[in-house]
Design a protein around this ligand. Sequence first.
Ligand SMILES: Nc1nc2c(ncn2[C@@H]2O[C@H](COP(=O)(O)OP(=O)(O)OP(=O)(O)O)[C@@H](O)[C@H]2O)c(=O)[nH]1
Length: 565
Amino acid sequence: MTGISGYKEKYLAALDEQEKLERKHALQLDLLRKTIVHLSVAAKGQESKLDASLIALQNKMRGGSGADVFEQMERVQRAVGEFDREREQELQRVLDWFKSAVDNLMELSVPADLRSQLSLYKKGLKSQLTSYRAFGEAVNELSALQKRALAAAANPNKGLWQRIKGGKTLEDNAPAKPSRTSAEPVEAPVERDLGPKESVTKTPPITQVDDPAAEDSYPKVAQRINATLKALVTSIEPNDMVRRKVEIVRDRIDRGMDWFALAVTLEDIRDILMARYLAADKAFSEYLLNINRELVSISEALGVAEDAEQQRGGAAEALTASVSKSVKQLQADVAKSNSLPDLQSTVSDHIRTIQNALSTFKQAQPAPSQSLSAQLKALMDRVKTVEEESEKSRAQLEEQRYKATHDPLTSLPNREAYNERAFHELHRFKRYGHPLTLAVCDLDHFKKINDTFGHQAGDKVLKLVAQVVSTRLRNVDFVARYGGEEFVLVMPETDAEQAKTVLDKMRAAIAKTPFRFKDSPVTITMSFGIVQFRGEDSVESAFARADKALYEAKANGRNQCVIAP
Ligand SMILES: Nc1nc2c(ncn2[C@@H]2O[C@H](COP(=O)(O)OP(=O)(O)OP(=O)(O)O)[C@@H](O)[C@H]2O)c(=O)[nH]1
């Protein structure tokens, strides 16, 4: 009966194996738990709400059972959802702010057509501000409306403002886009001293007033606009990238602003909001990428476990079938056997068959309990769903991020992307001290191209110039469309003289590019202002110096590069 006792031993060994396997599965679940704990640690600090839910998640993960793991996966999903909701609330806050800014303007005494435009703008805000990408456009529109409303309020009876300002209208005084043909160089908006000299509250007192209500309403509303702006800026929690800008803007608001400073401030606030949202998006996108990587590896590990388990399930069934078939056959054969040796050989044949079946089963390893197998399967399904969903949100975020950081006409990075890049390069410059150069360039007499050949021709020129500029730069250099016909370049590891050599070649290439309009060749040229960063520079101060140098290049006859002192 050695065969039978061997069968028992093998059966006990198989039970042992099964226990080991269960321990292995428990370890696998534990590993999954730990991975999620690590994930939550990695994502910490990226967004406060997400943080809180990840910390809670992490605490619950410690020592949790298999069932807890599903719950944790759901929590990751909920955290992602909450992050999205948080962004929506933020959008709502900004929307409310825009509405109250329009309400302020509507309190001014403005003509009926402007009033109805303001109200149309206010109505359209909700559908316009569905994403922070729309901030720029909305701020620009608000800025234009504000300019007209303030001008109208200061000049309610056509001529009042002229009388106050000695014949000039607000429009006359309005450097909507600072012109570089003027005698004064143009500084970057943020560091410009837009302080109390021309502040609204210090506007020369209005003495000859046809409409006393208008006299009161202008400074009063200006004060309220200041207060609204201040509330908005105060509600912005600055990150490193925008901290300096936020301080400058807050300071400017505190000192009191005139209408021009208001327009510039709106633009700064737009930049701040965009930079802040982009940073949050980037952090979140990286977080999702992290989750994905981890989930892929968990999913692969579990996939392998499931395959092995399926094999084991199959082997167990085969074993049961084979053993019961052999036992039945044995009973039948024993009944039929006529002699002891005959019986002995029949029994040993069948025992061998059962032993073979057992050893095949052992090779495949015994099946774990049914519930563990079901748990693993469910866990895998959850992992797969989370993985797919987070991949989807990541792809959407990437697409949104691309749109928010690129100019649709030229496909070059836009001003937001420039702000981000310049900030990082400045950080590296301060850390390593390698030279860093910035250049601002602007097409010469571009207005003439538009006026002579049309806006579409102008657009084509912008696209072509963007191509020429970007193909002539090194990989480490960066170029963005700053706005209109103005581009900005960031050149790491490059001093001003080296940059000038490169940019002079670029300038010559643009001047030689054969632009043709209606079969007539047209020469397009560009002027450049170049600045090398100094130790004490901020992004804004370096830009302001480059802009001054650009002004000089324009004033000296255009189609040239000027290095800022
Ligand atoms: N076609 C087209 N024109 C644009 C775009 N953005 C800005 N512009 C135009 O660019 C022109 C810029 O004119 P100005 O600021 O007077 O400058 P300029 O004519 O280039 O003169 P200088 O800079 O002094 O040499 C304006 O007519 C704008 O309307 C755009 O996206 N497409």
